[in-house]
Design a protein around this ligand. Structure first.
Ligand SMILES: CC(=O)N[C@@H](CC(=O)O)C(=O)NC[C@H](CC1(C(=O)N[C@@H](Cc2ccc(O)cc2)C(=O)O)CCCC1)C(=O)O
Ligand SMILES: [Zn+2]
Length: 578
C-alpha cells in the first residue's frame, strides 16, 4: 500500500536517518535532551536501507513472494477440492467435528503455505540480519526486542509465562477431557498432548470455536453475539459503526472521513487481496485505514474492535513528531482494541446493544461466560509466547534451516501441549511458514504482552468508571472518565519509555499478570475443582504419545480410509465394542 505520501515519507526518513547516523552514530549519549536523544535514536535506524540496492531488491522480492504464497495457498483435499484459508479453511477448522476432514484440511494448508517458502525464509533471515547488524544490533531479533527497552525481555516474558502456565494447564486438561468425550481414546490421550487440528483454529492459537464442546452448563442463555448479529441483519459496515460508537461513547475520537472513504472492509470479488486484517497510519494526521475481509460473526466483531484500537491510537498521537507516532511499546498498540472488546463482550453489554435477547446472571451463566473468554484469552498465551521464542533463535543463529521444523514442534509440545495430527518431515515441512506473521515478518511477542497488559488497562478503566463487584462483569460503556484515562496514555505515543505510559493509565509502572488472574479467578477455581473431581492429569506427561494414524503414510490408518469421515468410524468402533 505504498502511495505518494508513503513514498515521500520513506525518502524523508532515509535522508534524515542517513544524516543522523553520520552525525551521531556511537555518540547519542552526548545528546543531553532526552526527547531529542529518543528521536535521533529512532531516526538513525535505517533497516534494509543499509543494504546495497541489489540486496534491498532481493529482500523485497523475497518478502513479496512469501506474502504472495501465503495469500494464494490452498489446501488440496482428498476429493480434489482446493480450499483457500479465507473464508473456507477458517470456517472448516471452526465448524467441522470430523477428525479426518480436519486432518486433511490441516495437512493440506501446512503443506501449501509452509513448504514452498522454507528456502526463501532462510535467505530472507540472512538479509534481515545483515541490515540489523549495520544498525548496531547482533541480529534482527535483538532489534525487535529493543523496542521494549528491557535489559532482559526474554527473562521478563518467561516470568510472565511462569505465572500464567498453571491457568493454561488447568484449561488444557479440562478441554482435553471434553475432546476425549467426542473423539474417543484412539485420538485423545488423557495424559498426553492434544492433536493440533481439533481446537477450532488452524494454529490452535484460540479455541473459541470449540466452546460448544466444552460449555460447562449447557442450556443457559448464550454469550455468543453471532445469532443476534445475523438476526439483526448486520453487515460489515454496521459492525464498524457499532465499534466506532463504543469508542465515542467513552469520549474518544470519531473515525475520519478518509477512514470511511478509503478503508476496505469486505473481501473484493474481483481481485486477490491479503485478507489478514490490518490497520494503516499514513502519517498525515487524517488518512487512517483498515483493510479486512469482514465476516458477520462475533469473532470478527472482536477483530473490528482490535483494528479500530490501532486507528484510535494513530489518531490520539497524530500531533506527536513522527518518530514518536508509535505505541509506548508494540504490546500497547495491540492492547487498545482488545481492552475495549473485553467490555463489549460482556453479556450485559451485548444485551444493551440488542445482540443477545436474554442474559442470565447466576453463577453457572458466569462460569459459561468466563469459559468462553478463557478459550480465546488463556488458550492464546503459550502460542503468543512461543512464536518469537522460536524466531529469536532463528535470527541469532541457534536454529538453522535443518532445525526449523523440529524446534517448532518441540516448542508447540512444550508450551501449548499440542501435537500435529500427522508426522512431520523435517526436510520438507516448514510449519512456521503457515502462520501469517512469519512470511509477513511481523513480530509476535507484542501479542503475548498485550494479552497480559490489556487486563491491567481494563481493570484501570473499570475502576475509573466506578465499577463495583467482579472484574469480568465490568462494562465501562459511556464512561467519559474511563475514556479520558485511556486517551491520556494514548496521546503520549512512544515519546516516553513505556513504564511512564503504564504509570499514566494503571498507576504502577510494571507489567503484571495480577489483573488477568483476578479476572479469571472464579473460572480457575472452578476448573481446578472439576479437574480434581475427574481425577485429571494436569499437563501432558505422556508427551511421546501420538494419535492413531499419525505415522501411517497418508496420516490415517488403513481401515479409516474406507470411510470418508469419522462418523462412520464411530459405527465401526461401536460394532467392535459389542
Ligand atoms: C500496517 C500494519 O501492519 N499494522 C498493524 C498494526 C500496527 O502495528 O499498527 C496490523 O494491522 N497488523 C495486523 C494484525 C491483524 C490481527 C493479527 O494478526 N492478530 C494475531 C494475534 C491476535 C489474535 C486475536 C486478537 O484478539 C488479537 C491478536 C493473529 O491473528 O495471530 C488479525 C486479527 C487481529 C489482529 C493486527 O492488527 O495486529
Ligand atoms: Zn493488532
Amino acid at each position: 500500500m505504498m502511495n505518494e505520501e508513503n513514498l515521500r515519507y520513506a525518502e524523508f526518513s532515509l535522508e534524515y536517518g542517513t544524516q543522523a547516523k553520520a552525525l551521531f552514530e556511537g555518540k547519542t549519549t552526548e545528546i543531553t535532551d532526552a526527547e531529542a536523544r529518543r528521536q535521533i535514536e529512532s531516526i538513525m535506524i535505517l533497516g534494509t536501507a543499509n543494504l546495497t540496492p541489489e540486496k534491498q531488491t532481493r529482500y523485497n522480492n523475497l518478502a513479496g513472494w512469501m506474502q504472495a504464497n501465503y495469500s494464494t495457498a490452498m489446501a488440496v483435499m482428498p476429493d480434489g477440492r482446493e480450499l483457500p484459508l479465507d473464508p473456507d479453511l477458517t470456517a472448516l477448522m471452526a465448524t467441522s467435528r470430523d477428525y479426518l476432514e480436519l486432518k486433511n484440511a490441516w495437512k493440506g494448508w501446512y503443506e501449501a503455505a509452509g513448504r514452498p517458502i522454507k528456502d526463501s525464509y532462510e535467505e530472507f533471515v540472512a538479509l534481515s540480519n545483515e541490515a540489523s547488524k549495520a544498525d548496531g544490533f547482533n541480529d534482527t531479533g535483538e532489534y525487535w526486542r529493543s523496542w521494549y527497552e528491557e535489559v532482559d525481555l526474554e527473562g521478563v516474558t518467561e516470568q510472565l509465562w511462569i505465572d500464567l502456565k498453571p491457568l493454561y494447564e488447568e484449561l488444557h486438561a479440562f478441554v482435553r477431557r471434553k475432546l476425549y468425550d467426542v473423539y474417543g481414546p484412539n485420538y485423545i490421550n488423557l495424559k498426553g498432548p492434544i492433536p493440533a487440528h481439533l481446537l477450532g483454529n488452524m494454529w490452535a492459537q484460540q479455541w473459541g470455536n470449540v466452546y460448544d464442546l466444552v460449555e460447562p452448563y449447557p442450556g443457559k442463555a448464550g454469550v455468543d453475539a453471532t445469532p443476534g448479529m445475523l438476526d439483526q441483519g448486520y453487515d460489515a459496515l454496521k459492525m464498524f459503526e457499532v465499534s466506532e460508537e463504543f469508542f465515542t461513547s467513552l469520549g474518544l475520537l470519531n473515525m475520519t472521513q478518509e477512514f470511511w472513504n478509503f478503508s476496505m472492509i469486505t473481501k473484493p470479488a474481483d481481485r486477490d487481496v491479503v485478507c489478514h486484517a490490518s490497520a494503516w497510519d499514513f502519517y498525515n494526521q487524517k488518512d487512517f485505514r483498515i483493510k479486512m475481509c469482514t465476516v458477520v460473526n462475533m469473532e470478527d466483531l472482536i477483530t473490528v474492535h482490535h483494528e479500530m484500537g490501532h486507528i484510535q491510537y494513530f489518531q490520539q498521537y497524530a500531533h506527536q513528531p513522527i518518530p514518536f507516532r508509535g505505541g509506548a511499546n508494540p504490546g500497547f498498540h495491540e492492547a487498545v482494541g482488545d481492552t475495549l472488546a473485553l467490555s463489549v463482550s460482556t453479556p450485559k453489554h451485548l444485551l444493551e446493544i440488542n445482540l443477545l435477547d436474554s442474559v442470565e446472571t447466576d453463577t453457572e451463566a458466569d462460569i459459561n461466560y468466563l469459559m468462553s473468554q478463557a478459550m480465546d484469552k488463556i488458550a492464546f498465551l503459550p502460542f503468543g509466547y512461543m512464536i518469537d521464542k522460536w524466531r529469536w533463535r532463528v535470527f541469532d543463529g541457534a536454529t538453522d534451516k535443518a532445525n526449523y521444523q523440529s524446534t517448532w514442534d518441540d516448542l508447540r509440545l512444550q508450551y501449548q501441549g499440542i501435537v500435529p495430527p500427522v508426522e512431520r518431515d523435517n526436510t520438507l515441512d516448514f510449519d512456521p511458514g503457515a502462520k501469517f506473521h512469519i512470511p509477513a515478518n511481523t513480530p509476535y511477542i507484542r501479542y503475548f504482552v498485550s494479552f497480559v497488559i490489556q487486563f491491567q488497562f481494563y481493570e484501570a478503566m473499570c475502576l475509573e468508571a466506578g465499577h463495583q463487584g467482579e472484574l469480568y462483569k465490568c462494562d465501562f460503556y459511556n464512561s467519559k472518565e474511563a475514556g479520558a484515562k485511556l486517551a491520556a496514555m494514548l496521546q503520549m505515543g512512544s515519546s516516553k519509555p513505556w513504564p511512564e505510559a503504564m504509570q499514566a493509565i494503571v498507576g504502577s509502572n510494571k507489567m503484571s499478570t495480577a489483573s488477568l488472574r483476578r479476572y479469571f479467578q472464579p473460572l480457575t477455581d472452578w476448573l481446578h475443582a472439576q479437574n480434581v473431581a475427574n481425577g485429571e492429569t494436569v499437563g501432558w506427561p505422556e508427551d511421546t504419545w501420538r494419535p492413531m494414524g499419525f505415522a501411517s503414510p497418508d496420516g490415517a490408518p488403513a481401515f479409516l480410509e474406507q470411510y470418508n469421515s469419522t462418523s462412520e468410524v464411530k459405527l465401526f468402533e461401536a460394532v467392535d465394542a459389542e
